[in-house]
Design a protein around this ligand. Sequence first.
Ligand code: SF4
Ligand code: SF4
Length: 435
Amino acid sequence: MGHGVKIFNAACKGCVNCIKSCPTEAIRVVDGRVRIIPELCIDCGECLRTCTKKALGMDEDDWDTLRTAGDLQVMSDPTLYAQLGSYRRPGVVRDALSHFGVREVASEVPLAYDVGAYAIARALEEAEPGRKPLISTYCPAIVRLVQVRFPELLPRLVPVESPLEIAGQIWRRDHRDSNLTLVAPCPAKITLVREPVGREKSSFTSVVAVKRVTRDLLASGATAEVPQKPMENIRWLMWALRGGETRHVTQFLDRPVKTMVVSGLRNTLDLLQELELGHLPGVDYVECRVCDLGCIGGIGNAETRFLSEIRLRELPVRWELTEHEFGEVQELYDQGIWKLKVSPRATQSRTLGKNVAESMNRLQKLKKVYDELPHIDCGACGRPTCHALAEDIVRGEGEVTDCIFKLRDRISTLAREIADLSGHVPHTLRNREED
Ligand code: SF4
Ligand code: SF4
């Protein structure tokens, strides 16, 4: 799988902090090496935040290579426009990119976000009450989290493509063979490009982090405060902020709806658990992002989320669409460009054996091995839980003595045996000692 997380094993100190932060138990630290189980990783970036030794990073494409290859065309996530300290107007970021020799694909993006918001509003109006609340699919980590941990909630995912992909598709109509780079704030949006859910192939050909581009823009020294060409429609920039998507969607609804907005991994997990238990009756729409405060909290950004939030909240947003804008949205909506082509499916759980007989056999062994472990999930064995260690043992990927408590038991048994043996006299000497 083309994941957005990269491992730098030489930097890993084996502290196992990362395994504790992973919401899907996707990390192992075995033989001094970090390993990520690709089927389980949702690219939420929590392990990157936890690892202070920089043994994990974003697996982006090489920005310098892309730039030196020439004719670089980028499309950016809205977070980029909230990054630069001296630039308080998003149009200045556009100017800076163009001074820097990068062609920004801009005209399709605001329209695509309008189409995405409109499609979600229509989906909300058409959904049967039993299927609500619908869940936003904007954060790719949320889609994968549902696939891995909450498969019962899959029918609630709103079947609307990411507006970034909608914009990419509109652009591709006239640029079939050109390269297009996405500037992304997180590992999840790297996976959106490399391993998309809901379609076969992404419209983007490469992906780099917002942080990387921002640093180059700052180093280039462009500090103008007034953009040459102001941005007309900035509604889409608000999607970078917690609640921005919901605000945009409600613009297209004629009646009030009950929405919930949640950001941050722990809050999201709580919310999805409540939803799974059917504890949220009467709610129509759930906007969740695994990053705190929304995408401005993504690990691939350069600026602190708190400053980015102030910047975005200060922008003068015109929420109402002009008649012309609405006509364009309606036209693209009617073309169905916003639809997810394939419904996201549950991630296949990892089987214990190659066939049913082997899996059953191993399941019995697993129960026995697990019963003998201390059940304190300390993580010192390099697995997130005792159960995960038991699974690894029956798969042949671990030893009981990877558990430090079992290792201690084994050492004390050995020590006792050694002490016993030390009292034994070799039989050849026994009679002599008695004399
Ligand atoms: S990115 Fe998230 S899901 Fe993937 S290994 Fe890291 S913490 Fe786990
Ligand atoms: S909340 Fe936004 S930045 Fe964070 S993982 Fe999801 S899409 Fe990426």
